[in-house]
Design a binder for this molecule. Sequence first.
Ligand code: GAL
Length: 816
Amino acid sequence: MKHPILALLLLVTTWTFAQSPRREWQLTHNWKFTKGDPADAASLTFNDGSWQTVSIPHDWAIFGPFDENHDLQVVAVTQNNEKVATRKTGRTGGLPYMGTGWYRTRFNVDGFEAAGQRVNLIFDGAMSEARVYVNGREVGFWPCGYNSFFFDVTDFLHPDGQNNLLAVRLENREQSSRWYPGAGLYRNVHVRVTDRVHVPVWGTYITTPHVSAEYAAVKLQLSLENIKTGSEVIVQTDIFDPHGKVVASRQTIQKKFQALPHEQNITVNAPMLWSPETPHLYRAISKVMVGDRLHDQVETRFGIRSIEVIADKGFFLNGQRRKFQGVCNHHDLGPLGAAINKAALRRQLTLLKEMGCDAIRTAHNMPAPELVQLCDEMGFMMMLEPFDEWDRAKCKNGYHRFFSEWAEKDMVNMIRHYRNHPSVVMWSIGNEVPTQCSSDGYKVAKFLQDICHREDPTRPVTCGMDQVTCVLNNGFAALIDVPGLNYRAHRYHEAYDKLPQALVLGSETASTVSSRGVYKFPVVKKADAKHPDNQSSSYDMEYCSWANLPDDDFVLADDHDWTMGQFVWTGFDYLGEPSPYDTDAWPSHSSLFGIIDLASLPKDRYYLYRSVWNKQSPTLHVLPHWTHPGREGEVTPVFVYTSYPEAELFVNGKSYGRQTKSKASPQHRYRLMWMDVVYQPGEVKVVAYDAAGRVADEKVVRTAGKPHHIELVPDRSVLAADGNDLAYVTVRVVDKEGNLCPNDQRMVKFQARGAGRYQAAANGDATSLDLFHLPQMPLFNGQLTAIVRAADKGGELVFEASAPGLPKARLVIAVK
Ligand code: GAL
């Protein structure tokens, strides 16, 4: 080819039409699984015929049974100021996650040898201490159960690529966790085949060094593997805007390749900025060429946005100050256990979004990739957190056993995996680590923070600190980019005064406890309140001794520029940690902290947060329910959570007067409370007034009559025929008029047929030992949630619920 321009043109056309030389798929079905540790389970000749056939993601422990002796921990929880060891029943959920388990499957990689390709296995997470074997030989080990990791297994495969045996041994020690960790291959496993010359796993890094309304500078760094030093490398990148249109392109030629990331700087004009309200996503598709051959093509999704943390002023996204309206969440999905499911995550985020939540802290571990992808798409800022302990133990068999050898590797994997995601705005290096009080704890903090700065200089680093006296005095808090306080709202001012950063983030807040639909009398604000039924009151006045009520956190966020907002403990209830019923309090085995319960039904508190956080649509919520047989004539306070400043309350037509929000106390500032209402069956009516004093809205709650029928309310009426999609069906018992019967606890049985199946149910009762996967569940205060799963073929999914004394209810969901 004599003419260079013509040659280049031809090249570009060839690339455009050439197939990407990489392929990737997931190993989902036809796994064999056993609990236990049979000898030779990794070997090619081992017969796994008697093992269970499973699909992954799979959580071996979620099928129960619940038992208080499962991982019974006799410990003093020093973080909670305990001095004496006691029996912590239900601490990890009372489920059998402990022990060893094995998974085996076979897979083919056609033609990899002839093509000289490389094959990687990528694990999104495996719980835990994973030992991976291919064709009988050990490929590698990864101890942290939450992190993603990968191995190049090319040299372990059969040369013809056929029938390769993948075996994974997992081991969970007792006393290795403070919550339910799940067990097994609970996240996805991918096979990735690339050319020998390729961009390695997590080998792209996109940042946006300049962001303005006019233009954004996009910097792309591509790592390249197996290229001979001195070769000519050409990289062609096209940037696609959120509508799929190419808006910028760049071709760069490296005449003499050196083993450094290949860098491209690309301008995007008039960028559509990413934010929680406008989650615009761009894609960069990069083609890698050496000589005249296309070797790799990678797609990197990213967002254009700027983040800044400014002393005294707080956190800025795209130049605008905002306070985090965030929640902390553990990784389990309630009745689905730890087994990851994208539809379940989407459901969680949908509810949180509607509440006005804009941020998620992945407490206290690396998330599933699906969660980060959804946060990019749906608009949530994220704080990703790797550790609950460093070198000093919280749990006898916790991560401290691995910290010195693995901490850096775990940090690197987390950061490289997620650094292209616009949702991720901050790294955390740990949660309430006991190391924070040791004299050289700051050195460990610096070691971890330096890894973040090295791997990703664009994001600030925080740490959830609870030992405020220690960290303010020993230099620990002063060196973290963003000092995060867990609770201790009364010490924010002191921290602000003493710390050079002149900022405080509520890295963990509230730990208010409540049980959906449970109301305790008299209504009093109380730390560590306990009741004989192991439930906490839904008047939202009960909290743990180290914690506080939501109103205190609102005050701090609303009154000071130097506070950065908060991450509430927790968005959703989770398995394990049933505080304040954690000591000899079986059958309590799941949390009461959630704003939303384990059945993914909002508690009253949901509306308290919504009333402050959701600026798009007004909130008017009344509690308690008004069906209290036996309370006639007794004082039964009424609370209203509303975005309106004022309201009037009527009970059976009689006015209890108008209430206006005031600064008399944090509670009076964010709630309207009528403390002296006397219960009589009938109706409670609230009329809300806007700031101009005009009637804006009203709400009525009525005493329920006799249970009359079952109501089925699905969150979605059409599911995707992908074998994974889920519908959450709220099952409620109501009276003739449709009022919820809030004291009904009867057993409901389910049946699903047609284009899908029954998956699980939960009722949100932290003391219920009913197994989630069995097709029956008692109501908890009139409600529960049943989850059905779409088939991989279209059709009608028919769901039925029956309960003694009531007609059967039926629902049809389309699967397409
Ligand atoms: C915090 C801790 C959380 C959870 C919470 C309960 O101290 O970081 O993991 O235990 O308390 O209130």
